[in-house]
Design a protein around this ligand. Structure first.
Ligand code: NAD
Ligand code: KPL
Length: 302
């Protein structure tokens, strides 16, 4: 049984694909009010290439008694540890938790909240967004890397993902993948918020992007993640071009007045620099400017 916490964008994308492959799935929703709304909707809808498909997947609240063997955690990084603490009494011996959160920091918080479970980290380039409550658009096909820094053996259920058409690889160095994605997000997302622009418009600010990439590379080397620093600037420029017409996820969050994952992206990078007594003036200034912008919009700094 796949227990999936969070019926947002990625939770829906995973739940619907696993369910249509005939695998047993149960959604865990926040509370009984959310469960009632879900029951009124009658299930999840996934929209692919404009075609909606409905999936009446069973759902429950966190206080349900069913033991959990395999949990897909599909909430934002800032909700992850609390969500897992709530479910801790239900985790069966040998339980596994698959963490879909972007950035770094939440993985350690979850591991502390559920020390008895095996935590498998994921880094995904798939894209999905909520069109309405319980209706999600599969916006960008991509790839998901999974890995466990403490146990390099892949879990047996990777075959389920294959069966469900979830394109993935088992990574022997998932932390480098997460650091690389964090660096990409730090080089692009905050600047799109500060310039209030699409990713492609950052091509008008090449010096800022180059400075950031240089400091981020220095940070990656210092943190022992040299592999994640390789050709960072080229890759950032490639992503800016490839996603030129898009607004970054952080830009979308800020525009829609939603809390951002800043503490797990730029905040995490600045904390890591401070821990290593590394002075990265450009990154730190960017962090301060971003915090000021969020505060001006009444959004939290963490
Ligand atoms: P989302 O906001 O669409 O969905 C999160 C869901 O979790 C929400 O429905 C929320 O109500 C639910 N939730 C939070 N706490 C809960 C709790 N205690 N119990 C039950 N439900 C709870 O978020 P998302 O876009 O799916 O993103 C999830 C993570 O995946 C983020 O870290 C994000 O950065 C990452 N990510 C998202 C995408 C994407 O395209 N959406 C792509 C790559 C990575
Ligand atoms: O992942 C992204 C995001 O918007 O969060 C990209 C497109 C890579 C920009 O950083």
């Amino acid at each position: 049984m796949w227990h999936i916490l969070g019926a947002g964008s990625l939770g829906t994308l995973w739940a619907t694909r696993l369910a249509r492959a005939g695998l047993p799935v149960a959604l865990i929703l926040r509370d009984s009010a959310r469960l009632n709304s879900y029951q009124q909707a009658g299930g999840l809808t996934l929209i692919e290439q404009g075609q909606p498909q409905h999936y009446p997947i069973p759902a429950q609240t966190p206080d349900h008694r069913q033991p959990i063997q395999r949990l897909l955690l599909a909430c934002k990084a800032y909700d992850a540890a609390n969500a897992v603490s709530q479910l801790a009494p239900r985790l069966a011996p040998g339980a596994e938790i698959l963490l879909l959160q972007n950035g770094l920091g939440s993985q350690d918080e979850v591991a502390r909240a559920a020390p008895q479970a095996r935590c498998i980290f994921a880094s995904s380039t798939e894209g999905a967004f909520r069109q309405a409550d319980f209706q999600v658009v599969f916006a960008g096909h991509g790839h998901t890397w999974l890995g466990d820094p403490q146990n390099l053996q892949p879990p047996s259920w990777l075959a389920d993902l294959q069966h469900a058409g979830i394109v993935h690889d088992w990574s022997l160095d998932i932390l480098s993948r997460l650091w690389r994605k964090l660096a990409l997000n730090c080089a692009i997302n905050p600047l799109t918020v500060l310039h209030d622009c699409r990713n492609g418009e950052l091509q008008a600010h090449p010096a800022q992007v180059a400075c950031l990439c240089s400091e981020l590379s220095e940070l990656l080397h210092t943190c022992g993640r040299s592999a994640a620093a390789e050709n960072l600037h080229d890759d950032v420029q490639r992503v800016i071009q490839a996603t030129a017409a898009n607004y970054s996820s952080m830009h979308q969050d800020v525009r829609q007045g939603r809390r951002t994952e800043i503490a797990y992206l730029l905040g995490y990078a600045c904390d890591a620099a401070q821990r290593h007594q590394l002075v990265l003036p450009y990154l730190q200034a960017l962090h301060s400017q971003l915090l000021a912008r969020l505060a001006a919009r009444g959004l939290p700094s963490h």
